[in-house]
Write a protein that binds this ligand. Structure first.
Ligand code: SF4
Length: 336
């Protein structure tokens, strides 16, 4: 069993975990909200270290990451558990599973890096469930991955504490964070968390030099008011920069949220168009059939830079990080 990082003894064999912003107080024999960090006799253990529920070789575009090593494959791993309880979770069968229910296999950090290299991947992604609660495992694998020239990526809800995120910074290159809504009410009622810590950690990720892309799943009747979405876009422009790729994805009914229909593609297009007007350089449409906001175009001259069809992509007009037509510098990472 692997002892956890980032916890303190608070007496009586109880501990406080400071890995994510729940900051759970955990009595002896109990676990935190995530279900995978367990107190045994006053020592906190990361019970899923090295235990994998899902392994796949994915196009990096599937994360989605459009400006990080575009056109490459990413060796993708998921575990079990989550520190959120989103009612619309698309991976609930692993995020809300416990160890008794889940089919898990062991994979050492060394074996993970080997498999990434052997399958011609340019990066490793921790995805499918929340990687924050896999902290120690991703840290060990990530350090090794970087030493072998691989990129690294978290697909995260961003509820990690700032200190824990700083601990990842020597190894974590890309931070693909959900900005699920721009109200605390949504985070509290739908996810079981709070908004501000997510925003604060995104700023820290930026300060640490990580490449950031955001995803907002637009859910009819819950977070689809234009005023709220515009406030979110303005926040990203002001705090993460206008070159931050923002993905706006259409909702489809899933898990416990089946009381409403899918998001109209026209609304996603409208949001992307408005984001451009507000000064965001790279808004993208997700979960909709062929959209003009699927490709990357030059914000300066409009030239096609990266063409996409679903998860397939083709570099069309980039000279490393510059537009081949006008020379505009593009915020895109081409090398791990
Ligand atoms: S990672 Fe978060 S949810 Fe899990 S025990 Fe620590 S503070 Fe609680």
């Amino acid at each position: 069993m692997h002892e956890a990082l980032r916890y303190t003894d608070i007496g009586n064999k109880a501990v406080q975990c400071s890995l994510c912003n729940h900051r759970c107080t955990i009595a002896d024999g109990k676990h935190g909200i995530c279900g995978v960090r367990e107190n045994r006799g006053g020592i906190l253990y990361a019970t899923t270290y090295g235990l994998v529920s899902a392994e796949s070789v994915d196009p990096i575009e599937k994360k989605p990451l459009y400006h990080y090593l575009p056109g490459t494959l990413s060796y993708s791993l998921g575990g079990i558990g989550c520190n959120f309880r989103c009612e619309h979770c698309q991976n609930w069968h692993i995020s809300q599973a416990d160890r008794a229910q889940a089919r898990l296999f062991s994979l050492s950090p060394e074996e993970g890096v080997f498999r990434a290299l052997a399958s011609s991947c340019a990066s490793i992604s921790w995805t499918y469930n929340e990687p924050t609660i896999w902290h120690e495992y991703t840290l060990d694998m990530g350090m090794l991955a970087r030493s072998k020239g691989l990129g690294t990526c978290y697909v995260t809800n961003g509820y990690i504490t700032e200190d824990a995120l700083r601990e990842l910074s020597p190894m974590l290159a890309a931070y693909r964070v959900d900005l699920k809504a721009f109200t605390d009410d949504f985070y509290r009622k739908i996810c079981g968390g709070h908004l501000q810590p997510v925003l604060d950690s995104a700023v820290v990720a930026k300060e640490q030099g990580m490449h950031i892309e955001t995803v907002t799943l637009v859910i009819p009747g819950l977070n689809d008011h234009m005023e709220e979405i515009e406030a979110l876009i303005r926040w990203v422009i002001d705090h993460l920069g206008p070159g931050t790729p923002m993905h706006f994805s259409a909702f489809h009914p899933d898990y416990k949220m089946t009381d409403r229909g899918a998001t109209p593609a026209a609304l996603i297009e409208k949001i992307c168009a408005r984001a451009k007007e507000l000064g965001l350089r790279f808004p993208y449409a997700g979960n909709v059939a062929r959209s003009r906001f699927e490709d990357t175009t030059c914000p300066s001259c409009g030239a096609l830079l990266v063409e996409r069809r679903g998860f397939a992509s083709r570099i069309a007009g980039l000279d490393d990080q510059k537009c081949t037509r006008c020379g505009e510098k593009i915020e895109i990472v081409r090398h791990a």
